[in-house]
Design a protein around this ligand. Structure first.
Ligand code: SAM
Length: 264
């Protein structure tokens, strides 16, 4: 890997290594248990509880992606592998799923989860979103769940996504974005970055970055405001937002479904 990890990569990697080693949720003891309501119950029921419980996402990219048998899928920041294993069922034996994550502890857990469900059409590769270990023009659909907000150089991530997608391919992700600027004190906090808040960019800038690398047909649909994530990130920072109305941060940070296309 030639991508040099930044201070943000290191903090994020340590945070998620610690989370998975302790079987903890992404930003506290229970916030991600809400993941049970993120996916349709019948979809989650297709994997054992040990697998569905190790989820750190903020949405359901699987339903959004409408995967078809035979497709090749790439999951950006695959974590413990839940979305990859759900995708693997939908693309079937003729399809293939690749998960990429920079955290070795996550890769290890994802591989053991894949063994647990006897998935043979999934592989996990350690790497950075900013330098994907994936060939050009080989992927039908890119999924991702609450990860791109964590990347310090999002334009590079989108350029890499565009490079690996086949012409006509689709990006279908859940992510955290904002409506308006966050206070500087939040932006500057590395723990708020690891908690999926400080790295979130304005929806209009997200769209502009996707367009800048060539994506078309872009849509961002808000799903929910994650008050719990914000509260925990602020508590971890031991921060009270002075001079910034607490309620307005709840209104400005939200989870969204994002779709974009690589022209055919
Ligand atoms: C919030 S967790 C989400 C994991 C998974 N998508 C899920 O829904 O459970 C973020 C994951 O992204 C990975 N990650 C964050 N930034 C990354 C980057 N720049 N390159 C590769 N992986 C990254 C972390 O290691 C972590 O496993």
């Amino acid at each position: 890997m030639s991508q040099s990890p930044t201070a943000i990569h290191k903090v994020v990697r340590e945070h998620y290594a610690e989370r998975i080693e302790n079987d903890a949720a992404c930003c506290g003891d229970d916030c991600c248990s809400t993941n049970k309501s993120l996916y349709p119950a019948d979809l989650l029921a297709t994997v054992p509880a040990e697998v569905s419980n190790t989820s750190y996402g903020c949405g359901d990219p699987i339903t959004l992606a409408s995967l078809k048998p035979g497709e090749t899928v790439l999951d950006l920041g695959s974590g413990a592998g839940l979305d990859c294993l759900l995708a693997a069922q939908q693309v079937g034996e003729t399809g293939r799923v690749i998960g990429v994550d920079m955290t070795p502890e996550m890769i290890e857990r994802a591989q053991s989860n894949a063994k647990r469900v006897h998935a043979t059409n999934v592989e996990f590769r350690q790497g950075y979103l900013e330098e994907l270990p994936v060939e050009n023009n080989t992927i039908n659909v890119i999924i991702s769940n609450c990860v791109i907000n964590l990347a310090p150089d999002k334009e590079k991530v989108f350029a890499e996504a565009f490079r690996v997608l086949k012409p006509g391919g689709k990006l279908a992700v859940s992510d955290i974005v904002t409506n308006g600027k966050l206070p500087d004190m939040v932006r500057a906090s590395l723990s708020a970055w690891a908690g999926c808040v400080a790295g979130a960019v304005e929806a209009k800038d997200y769209i502009a970055m996707l367009e800048a690398v060539g994506f078309t047909g872009i849509s961002i649909q808000p799903t929910y405001f994650d008050k719990e994530i914000i509260d925990r990130a602020l508590a971890e920072m031991k921060l009270t937002l002075t001079g910034y109305p607490q309620e307005s941060i709840y209104q400005s940070v939200f989870s969204a479904r994002i779709v974009a296309h690589k022209p055919a």
